[in-house]
Design a protein around this ligand. Structure first.
Ligand SMILES: [Zn+2]
Length: 551
């Protein structure tokens, strides 16, 4: 704990602004100026400043805040000075979490706008203030949302940006005024022409969305807002399904979610919910709009899009042994590309797909899929049928047999499952705490027994593993037998179906990184049974002793 009346001399300053927009630059300047002035007044020395720009206060994982928390134990400063509790976090619980953590390191958190708490009553007041501020914010957000839902239900446009093809006419005057105008859409003639063109390119010319992107670029038709200045297929896919064009806009048809498989796996995200999920259609709020296309053209386009999708699926059925595992040296994955671009199948760097239709940054060329598949597979087969490996397998199998016979070995798999289950449960509680559903105390109370259970189970697993490792092999195969096994394995492996080969690749390989010149294969060997070595010259059937696992 922090001793009372501790003299603060050295401080770290923390600042945050929620958006990186120009006008917000003033906000951070004002914040910093006020904070520095405050420090000077109190005769604090600012040792370091940690500033997160463009970060929402609802997210706690911010790079500079993390750095500050990591530096807290280094004894560089005695206190953290922040303009306002809001700058630390929007949620009171998050504020408390960080302040608690700093307090444990003997570091005080000071605010320019809030006097430091001298006693418990003060601390309580601070807490109450934080909870109320949060409550107020939620109330405002909720009121705002309900207002939008009500307006939408009355049939009025509630978006702040119009759909492409329309101009947004915002509300003028007050309800009841003679010249009152409700917010609505008006057709934007120039954009509307582009919309009908795009639909007709799909429905009549049978183009794919990618080909539409290319044609738009060739004709110099720019999207309304885009950093890259080109249309993206995902924008087009949304546009092509937007019923606003046949007179029916929708409100609340989708909602924001955290993406399941983010394309960029980086540590920090400024916005968590970057993906959108559709609501069931009966929950959509329909708003009438001036139609811009005929229903016939819209329907024909939907049909063609479905055909395009099915064709793309069929093309994707080419057999790519390494898909999902092969990467480019630039770090992007490589994806199989069908024979429509020539007679060969290639693994191409997806930097190209992401940049399309602009030229990609990565200049690596495609890798011939048949050649790469063949090379990698022969390596895998060679490895799996090597005599050394087979000897090891046989020894291991013997081991397991003697172990099973002599000792009622503990099966560790159910233990591991139980651990995973408990860890999930713990994560759920931590999430609930993060959402503000649980207090820190309640969190500790709930997770403590889980932590103990996990530790005990892990102890049991470790013991069981040591016990099985101590078993001594009782029988070993002869060299001749090993050689025979190896030959059989090699034949078997070369005759496997594509599906079986693919299953082995998926299981054994971590990644294949390659250029046209060289492929690097990274793998681990799993304990699953992939190949059954059948034998008739030993006194047991294949099901008993013939299963050799890859170790
Ligand atoms: Zn690349």
């Amino acid at each position: 704990m922090i001793p009372e009346n501790k003299i603060v001399k050295r401080v770290a300053v923390y600042g945050r602004v929620s958006t990186a927009r120009q006008e917000e630059e003033e906000t951070i300047k004002t914040q910093l100026v006020a904070t520095r002035e405050f420090a000077a007044e109190k005769a604090y020395t600012i040792i370091q400043e940690y500033i997160d720009e463009g970060w929402s206060g609802t997210i706690l994982a911010r790079p500079q805040l993390d750095q500050l928390r990591a530096d807290a134990s280094k004894g560089l400063w005695d206190a953290v000075l922040i303009y306002d509790p809001d700058r630390l976090a929007r949620r009171y619980f998050f504020q408390e979490l960080v302040m608690d953590e700093l307090r444990e390191q003997g570091i005080e958190t000071l605010f320019v706008t809030v006097a430091p708490s001298k006693n418990h009553e003060d601390q309580l007041m601070y807490g109450v203030r934080g909870v109320f501020a949060e409550y107020e914010r939620m109330k405002i957000t909720e009121r705002f949302r309900l207002g939008r839902v009500r307006k939408a239900k009355e049939g009025h446009i509630v978006t702040s940006r119009s759909a492409y093809g329309y101009k947004l006419i915002t509300r003028k005057g007050k309800l009841g005024d003679p010249d009152f105008v409700q917010t609505h859409y008006e057709i934007d003639e120039t954009e509307a022409r582009v919309v009908s063109m795009i639909f007709s390119w799909i429905a009549d010319d049978r183009l794919t969305t990618r080909q539409v992107v290319k044609r738009l670029q060739k004709e110099g038709i720019l999207p309304r807002r885009s950093k890259r200045g080109v249309w993206s297929t995902s924008t087009l896919n949304t546009l092509l399904r937007n019923k606003t064009y046949i007179g029916e806009a929708h409100y609340a048809s989708s909602y924001a979610v955290v993406p399941l498989r983010p394309r960029v796996k980086e540590g920090y995200k400024k916005v968590k919910k970057t993906s959108r999920k559709m609501r069931p259609e009966e929950e959509w709020i329909k708003i009438p709009t001036p139609p811009l296309l005929s229903e016939d053209l819209f329907e024909r386009t939907q049909k063609q899009l479905k055909i395009n999708y099915e064709l793309a699926q069929r093309n994707r059925k080419n057999e790519y042994l390494l898909s999902g595992k092969i990467k480019c040296v630039c770090g992007n994955s490589r994806a199989g590309e069908g024979p429509q671009h020539g007679k060969h199948l290639y693994y191409r760097c997806t930097a190209r797909v992401h940049a399309y239709p602009l030229p990609p940054e990565c200049q690596e060329r495609g890798i011939n899929a048949r050649i790469a598949d063949g090379l990698v597979w022969s390596k895998v087969a060679e490895f799996m049928s090597s005599p050394e490996l087979i000897t090891k397998q046989a020894e291991r199998w013997m081991d397991s047999r003697t172990t099973k016979a002599t000792n009622t070995a503990i099966d560790i798999e159910p233990l591991q499952k139980e651990v995973a289950k408990l860890e999930k449960q713990e994560a759920r509680y931590v999430n609930a705490y993060g959402e503000g559903v649980l207090s820190l105390e309640k969190l500790r109370e709930l997770t403590q027994p889980i932590k103990e259970q996990i530790a005990s189970l892990k102890g049991q697993i470790a013991k069981a593993e040591i016990a099985s490792a101590e078993q001594i092999p009782s029988q070993v195969l002869t060299k001749k037998e090993v050689k025979e096994f190896a030959e059989r394995a090699a034949t078997k492996l070369s005759n496997l179906s594509f599906e079986s080969k693919r299953a082995i690749v998926m299981d054994m390989l971590d990644k294949v990184v390659g250029t046209q010149e060289a492929l690097h294969v990274y793998g681990h060997i799993s304990l699953k049974n992939h190949v059954k070595y059948e034998t008739d010259d030993r006194d047991c059937g294949p099901a008993q002793c013939g299963e050799v696992d890859i170790v």
